[in-house]
Design a protein around this ligand. Structure first.
Ligand code: FNR
Length: 347
């Protein structure tokens, strides 16, 4: 019997791992030896549109749609509930087409009735599908993922990507909850971010290169792999700098639109660096999946709690008691990230 695609994604995400080339080694935070801060007074609260989050860490979209993925979603939801963090489910399109598998998504709301749960669909979705996806979970927000390169590498993937911006704008207008538009690991450049900022979305998740690699995953599934595409995309650090520049240039400089950093974030230092580059929150997928599958749900709960404590320590050292104050923390860029920014006129 053929293994469902969703399970293959879990399998290959774990087997292939992460390159770690998300660009954060090129970002240096500057130590503040006289911080006007106390760990007791640090708050991790942040916001995405109208949503208030008690932590900037989000369990990013992964799965649903098959029996084994229901167990993964149940455990992720328990970890999110116990640590008070927001969680997204994987693409719900399979449940919209086949209601029998809806329980593998609904389990997330059942396990976490009062937590923040984000729905997820691709940019091919219609307004009607978006409404049904939100309704399925009583979702607090809806993620719309952009995965052009992943589709192109899949032999059975989409080939026609016209009309994405219009569909995203209609969904943002009609769905009634904040919409987060997200890449899945190929990154977002300023030009794309500028266009997306005009669609009425509440947040953009830059989903950069350097973490879970969907080019490599789809190539591992293909009979005739196109491995020359495995390094496609821009790093998470670059994607954040590009998107922050778009925010500066756009009429949304007042920042009603949030940036989310994701792609290869595994530890607290990477979280802080993403926030210092202008993110309001970070999404973590592969690293949490690995802990869950190798060590179990209690280990995942401890890992997230540990990260929260570490974040508070580093924010104290930087003299930045809130996430928004971290945006002003000075950083020095080096290496390929600095070269990229200079070539692109980003400062
Ligand atoms: C994903 N990701 C994802 N994203 C999305 O928007 N819809 C989806 O259905 C999925 N499915 C999925 C399955 C698995 C097994 C993984 C590991 C990831 C992408 C995910 O949300 C994220 O954008 C990337 O994985 C990059 O982040 P990490 O994994 O490097 O932290």
């Amino acid at each position: 019997m053929r293994i469902p695609r969703k399970l293959e994604h879990v399998h290959y995400a774990l087997q292939l791992g992460q390159s770690g080339k998300q660009g954060f080694s090129d970002i240096k935070l500057i130590h503040n030896c006289i911080p006007e801060a106390s760990t007791e007074l640090i708050t991790l609260q942040t916001s995405i549109g109208e949503l208030n989050l008690s932590s900037p860490i989000i369990v990013n979209a992964m799965t649903g749609g098959a029996q084994e993925t229901e167990e993964i979603n149940r455990d992720l939801a328990v970890a999110a509930r116990e640590t008070g963090i927001a969680m997204a489910v994987g693409s719900q399109m399979s449940a919209l087409k086949n209601p029998e598998v809806a329980s593998s998504y609904k389990v997330v709301r059942e396990m976490n009735p009062s937590g923040l749960v984000f729905g997820n669909l691709g940019s091919e979705a219609t307004v009607e599908q978006a409404l049904r996806a939100v309704d399925m979970l009583q979702a607090d927000a809806l993620q719309i993922h952009l995965n052009v390169m992943q589709e192109l590498i899949m032999p059975e993937g989409d080939r026609d990507f016209r009309g994405m911006l219009e569909r995203i704008a209609s969904i943002a207008d009609k769905v009634g909850v904040p919409v987060i538009v997200k890449e899945v690991g190929f990154g977002m450049a300023k030009e794309s971010a500028l266009a997306l900022l005009e669609t009425g979305v509440a947040a953009i998740d830059v989903g950069g290169y350097g973490g879970t690699n969907f080019a490599a995953i789809e190539n591992a599934r293909r009979k005739q792999p196109m491995e020359w595409l495995n390094d496609w995309g821009c790093s998470t650090a670059v994607a954040l700098l590009e998107s922050a520049e778009a925010l500066k240039e756009s009429r949304h400089n007042g920042r009603q639109i949030a940036l989310i950093g994701s792609g290869g974030i595994q530890g607290s230092l990477e979280v802080v660096k993403a926030l210092a580059l202008g993110a309001s929150a970070v999404g973590i997928a592969g690293a949490f999946l690995r802990t869950l599958r190798t060590e179990g749900v209690d280990a995942l709960i401890s890992q997230i709690g540990h990260m929260h404590r570490e974040l508070k320590l580093v924010m104290t050292a930087l003299g930045a008691p809130t996430v928004a104050q971290l945006w002003n923390a000075p950083v020095v860029l080096s290496g390929e990230t600095a070269q990229w920014c200079s070539a692109r006129g980003i400062n």
